[in-house]
Design a binder for this molecule. Sequence first.
Ligand code: SF4
Length: 947
Amino acid sequence: MSAQKEPANIGRVLSFLREWDRGDRTVRGRMLNTFLTQNSGRTSHELELEFAQVASLFLARLTTWMKLTYMFGTFLGKQLKAIGIFLSASSHDQYLVEFLEDGGVLTLLDILGHPRSKEEEKREALRLLLTVSNAGRKYKEIICESHGVTGIAECLAKSNTDETQETAGVLLESISHGNPKYQNQIYKGLIALMTCTSPKAQQLALHNLHALQCKMKTAHCSIVEPLLNMLRSLHLEVQDEAIRLILDLKCYDVRPLLLNGLVTRLGPTKEEVQHHMEESEMIKMTGTLPVFVQQAAAAKAIRLLAKDSDELSRELLSLGVIQRLLYTMGNREHADAQIQASLALEHFISSYPVIEEHVQRGIGSTLFEAFMHQTDTLYMNMNESQAEILLTNKVHITEVVLALFSEKLNKPRLTMSRLRSAARNGLRAGEEASKAAEPKRNRSNKAAKEEEPLNASSPSCSRHSFHPPADVELLRSQLLRWYDNNKRELPWRTLAVTESDLNIRTYAVWVSEIMLQQTQVATVIDYYNKWMKRWPTVRHLSAATLEEVNQMWAGLGYYSRGRRLHEGAQKVVSQLKGQMPRTVDGLLKQLPGVGRYTAAAVGSIALGQVTGAVDGNVVRVLCRLRAIGADSTSAAVTEALWRLANTLVDPERPGDFNQAVMELGARVCSPRGPVCSQCPVQSHCHAFRTVQGKRGGTPGKPDRKPSTLPDIEDCVSSEACPLCPSEPWDEALGVQNFPRKPPKKPPRVERTLTCVVTRPGGGGGGGGGEEGGDEYLLTRRPSTGLLAGLWEFPSLLQGEKSSSSKDKAALCARVSGLLAGDLTESLFRYAGEVVHVFSHIRQTYVVHSVRLRDAGAQTPSKKAQWLTRSALQEAAVSTGVKKILELCDSVDGQKEQSCSGGKRQNCTGTKKKKNQRASKKPKLSASDSGRRQVSLSAFFSHVKQES
Ligand code: SF4
C-alpha cells in the first residue's frame, strides 16, 4: 500500500467500525451481508489489506455481538459465517487466539445447547469448533476443558438432521485424534452416547469408538452392556458398527464379559420375551422383537469371533455356546436368528469333529442329517417337533469334552462337503474324519463368503498368512524401527508430520500421492514443492484454472492426474464446504481419481486411519514375505494382499507403517537386486528362506536352523491354493520368483504426422524478451483422452497407405485449416522422426516443418495460438512436443553447419531473410497485434477469457 493510500484506508476502516458500533440490527445485518459477499475465502493477508491491518478489531466486535445476542438468534447464522471467514483465513493461529481469548469457544458450546438455536446455526457452530480443533492439540484441550465433549455429544444425540449429526461426529473424531490428555474423557462420552435413542448418533458413537479403541491400552468395562444392547438395533448400520467394535474388543480385558454376554443373548428367557412383548409399539412397527434381533446379531458376532482363533472358539465352547446356538436355531419366531445360529454352528462342526459327534448325539441323526443337508434353509422347513428338540437340547460341552477337543484339535479337519456326504451316506462323521486325508477346505455356502480377519485367503496354504499376535507385533516393531532410522526426508512427509491443520495435511498428502502414481520420487519432489508453494490449500487450487494446472504439470506425464486433482479441489470447495473428506471411504467416494490405494494411503498418513495400503512396492514385499507366487494382478492375490496389509498395519502408527513397507520395497526389497542382507524383516520372509533352503544354507552360518517350511515346489500348481506359484521355480531368479506378473501386452504402435509451423515474431515486449524471435503454431488437444487439453504442434494420425506426398498433402490441409489460408505443399520440409513411448502406446511422430514469411498469419480458431519459444517451453505441453522441438533445432543446426562449411551459395537466401527479420519488425495491423503473443501470462489470461 502506498504511503498516500494508507491514511485513507485507515480512515475508511475506522468509519466502517464506527458505523458498526452505532448501527442498529438492520444496519449490522446489511454490513454482515456485504462482508460475507466480499470476503468469503480470503486469506488473512487479504483480510488485513482490506481492513488496513486491523481486521482483528472487526473480529472482536463480531465475537462480542454473538456472545450478547445468540440467545435471541439475531443474524446468528451470518455472524457465525463471518467469524468462520476469519478462522479459516489462515493456517496461523492469529485470529484463533483472539477468538478464544474473547470466550468464543464457550459461546459456540452454548449455542449448541441453547433451545432456540436452529439446526443450521448449530451446524455452523460445530464447523467453527472443528476449525478450532483442527488447529492442534492445545486447541482440542481447550474445547475439552470447556466441557465441550458433553456439549457436542448432547448436540449429536438430540439433533434431528443427518448433516448436523455427521458434523458433530467428525468433530468428536477430530478432538479424539492426537489428544492423549482427554482421550479417556472422550472415550467415556462416546460410551454414554450409545445409550441415546437416535440410531444415527449411535452409529457415529460406535464408529468413533472403533477408531479410538485401537489407540487405547485398555477397554472400560462400562462399554460392554451398552454395546451388547446395540445389537438390538433394527438399523443394520448400527448393528454392523457394533459387531465391528466387538471384534476389536476381543484383544482387551473385557473379553470374558463380552463373550459371556454374547452367549447369554443367544437364549432370551421367557421373562425377557414377555417383557419385550409389552413393548407393543415395536412389535406393531416391525413384527419382531428386539431381543430376537439381538439374538441373531449375537450369533453372527460369535461366528466371526470363533473364526478368528481357536483360543476364542475354546472360550466360547466353555461358555456353552453350542447348546445356545441349537436353542436359537429352534426359534421359529425369527428366521434371521435361525440362519445366523446355523452358520455359527456349521463353523464349529466343520472345524472340530468332537463337536459334530456331540451335536449329532444331542439332536438325533435325522435332524442332524437335515441340518447337514440344508444348513442355510432348514429354518424354512422346520416342523414343530424339530424346533422342540432344538429348544430343549441338552448338548453340554464339558471339561472332558474340552480336553478331548484339545487332543483332536490337530486332527485333519472335515470339509463341509465331506460331512454332508457322510450324512447322506449314513456314515458317522467321525469315521469319515479318519478318511479325510486332504486338509483343504472347499466351502461354497454363505459362511465361506464372510471375511477371514487374519488370513490371506481362506482356501490358501497357511504359509501365505501371518500368525498373530507375536509374529505380527515383531514384524511391525522391526520395520518401524528401520523406517525411523532410514527413511528419506521428503517434503510431503515433513508436511504430514508438521502441519497441524487437518484439512491442509490431508490436501498435502493427497497431492503427493497423486503425483507419485507412476512417477519416481526424485522427479516428483521439485514439482511438489512448486505446486504447494503456488497452491498451499485446497481453496487455492480450486481457484486456479485448468490451464495453469496443466502448465504446472507439464513434463510429469499422465496428465489426467493433474486435471483430477483440480476437479477434486473444486468439488471439495463447492460441495464439501472446503473440508477434505475425513475418512478412507469419504476420500474414495468423494474425490475423483482417488482409488482404493490412494484413499488408504491418504487416510492412514494424513488422518491416522488404521488401514493397510497396497501399491506396487507393497505387492512385491508382501508377495516375497508370504511366498505368494500366483499372478499378482489376479483378483485372488489382490484381495489376499489387502487382507494381509490390513492385518499387518500398526494401529498406533498406520501412516508410518504403510510408508515403511513402501520404503522397504523402494530401497531394499527392490524389483531387481533386492538386498536381503540388509532387510529388517528377513526373519519373516518365506521367499528368503526358500532360497536359503534350496541352496542348503548360507556359507559362514552353519548354525542356521533348517527351514520347517514346505518347499516352494510343493505348492506349484496346487489347484486348491489360488496364491501359490503356477510356474516352476526359477533358480536364477532367487527371491525374485515373487511376485509373478502376466506377460506385458506390447504397446499399441501409432504414427502421427506433425508439423512445426513457425512465423517471424514481432516482439512487442512479451515472450521473454525475444524481440524478433520465431513464433510457433500450437493447437490444443481435445479435453478428454490422451494428453487432454495440452498444447501440441498441428498433428494428425498417419493414414494406412501413406506416402511422402500424401503425408504432405494431409498436413498441408490441416495447417491451412488452422490458419484459414491456403498453403502449398512445397513449403513442407521433412525433418525426421521422434519416438515417444506412453504406457500403452509407442508413438512415432513423423515431423515436418514449415517456415512462414508472413508475420501476420492468423489463427481464427480459439484452439490454436502462436507462442514464442520461451512461452512454449513454459506452456502446458507434453514431453513429446519438446522432443520434436529438439529434433527441429538439431536439423536447423546441421543446416547452419553445412552453410558455413561450403554450401554458402545455397543458404544465402535463407540467411538473408533471417537477418532481415531480425533487423526489421514486420508491420502488423491492429487486428493482427490482437492475436499475437505478447507474454505468457497475457496469453493465458486471454485464453481464460475466451473459454
Ligand atoms: Fe525382500 Fe529379501 Fe527382505 Fe524378503 S528378505 S522382504 S526378499 S529384501
